[in-house]
Write a protein that binds this ligand. Structure first.
Ligand code: ASP
Length: 428
């Protein structure tokens, strides 16, 4: 059975069992205990094993990607295209989100009783999260200075690791290496080649457990999920999902067709295993190893370009996150009857694009950021209480867009560099 079919089976079985448990025994002690002590830890083991492979994989593949691009002019070109696509597509995604929230106005439709209940239920957590986010918020100049880590070991040791810092370091090493004579760089390139191959094999081994891991992640998520919340917040959830789908299908579909001349259907069908992993793990970082493998083998993007665009994109190109942040800030402003002027919405747009670039690729990474933007536009940041209950589900969905967006960018850039994309698939 091909791997993606096994993962899909784990996914469907996990979701079905979780929903059944919720419907039959929702909240009962024995079920909660079974989930907390069995499916949750097993799901986390899978996730952690994937994340464990990320640092050696990112470091080796990015350095090799940079040296593999050949000359620095080509690197500059690919880097420039990656940056331009990221900024343009992220801006479009936030505009899609803001437009959806302005047209649907989900915040006006939230029942005041539901609002009071949600605020009460999640108040403590929301307060803690928003207080921490606002305390951690640095002035712009400090945030810019912090982009370059002064200690690469400390940057990697952070939780979650400072991927932006690691990326810059790997790029720097790659550039310096590219400037060396062949006989000087050869030994290190050989070592990195071996590190890359070994970490790819590690990922493949971990992915053998994906059907079980995904099964457990889905049971945990669905058995715990507040389905009653889905009804109360249906308009908001629908607005986020509709906007995500629109961006995924229409905007990325058009970009793939017009900029790379490939059929969006073929693209999504080949990318599905990575999209499924993104949905199950809610983490771009944890999905990166799978995304790299699929982009190279199934979308036939040359390795240096796939390595460069995907590793940079996993942190920087997060259209789903940017879009979600736009809709959510507007939704909460509507709930608290704060009328955001066009200028304020433009501020939200810029902040959401920047946040999409800066947000780490781990579950719920956008929440602290939303608290900060809310505070800036005069909405109580504790308002995030209202959406915390559905965040995990929306996180799964936005991560799919984050990951498939990176893969689409890799295809577009590879095509513009003269590569033949979506050719005959290579075997695993
Ligand atoms: N979970 C998202 C990702 O890893 C980030 C977020 O929006 O919270 O891409």
């Amino acid at each position: 059975m091909p791997p993606h079919v096994r993962i899909l089976l784990g996914f469907v079985a996990g979701a079905a069992l979780g929903v059944a448990l919720f419907v039959a025994f929702g909240g009962e002690h024995a079920v909660v205990a079974a989930i907390t002590s069995v499916t949750e830890p097993v799901g986390k083991l899978f996730l952690r094993a994937l994340l464990l492979c990320v640092i050696p994989l990112v470091a080796s593949s990015l350095v090799l990607g940079v040296t593999g691009l050949g000359d620095l002019r080509r690197l500059g070109r690919v880097g420039g295209k990656t940056l331009a696509l990221t900024v343009v597509l992220s801006s479009i995604s936030v505009i899609v989100g803001l437009a959806a929230a302005n047209v649907v106005r989900p915040g006006d439709r939230l029942d005041p009783d539901v609002k009071a209940k949600l605020v009460a239920k999640y108040a403590d957590k929301a307060q803690e999260l928003s207080a921490r986010a606002i305390a951690d918020d640095k002035p712009l100049s400090e945030a810019i200075v912090g982009v370059i880590p002064d200690n690469i070991v400390a940057a990697m040791a952070k939780t979650p690791p400072d991927m932006l810092g690691l990326m810059l370091f790997a790029l720097f090493v790659g550039v310096a290496l590219a400037l060396q004579k062949d006989e000087v760089k050869r030994p290190l390139v050989d070592v990195l080649e071996a590190v890359f191959k070994a970490s790819s094999t590690m990922v493949r081994i971990v992915m053998l457990a994906a059907p079980v891991g995904v099964f457990c992640l889905l049971v945990t998520m669905t058995a715990r999920f507040g389905f009653e919340l889905l009804g109360a917040l249906a308009v908001y959830v629908g607005c986020v999902l509709g906007a995500l789908l629109f961006h995924q299908i229409v905007v990325y579909g058009a970009a793939l067709r017009m900029l790379a001349g490939v059929s969006p259907i073929a693209f999504f069908s080949r990318a599905r295993e990575a999209m499924l992993t993104a949905f199950s793990t809610s983490s771009s970082n944890a999905t990166l190893p799978t995304a790299l493998d699929i982009t190279e083998r199934r979308l036939t993007v040359p390795r240096p370009i796939a390595s460069f665009v995907l590793t940079v994109g996993a942190t920087a190109n997060q259209n789903g996150t940017a879009l979600f942040e736009g809709v959510t800030v507007l939704f909460l402003a509507q709930v608290f009857s704060v009328d955001l002027t066009l200028a304020q919405q433009a501020t939200v747009l810029v902040l959401a694009v920047v946040a999409g670039i800066g947000t780490a690729g781990v579950p719920s990474a956008s929440i602290p950021f939303i608290a900060i933007v809310l505070a800036q536009v005069g909405v109580p940041p504790e308002g995030i209480a209202i959406i915390l209950g559905v965040d995990r589900f929306l996180d799964m969905c936005r991560t799919v867009l984050n990951v498939s967006g990176d893969m689409a960018c890799a295809v577009i850039i590879a095509k513009s560099e003269g590569a033949d994309v979506l050719q005959v698939e290579q075997p695993a």
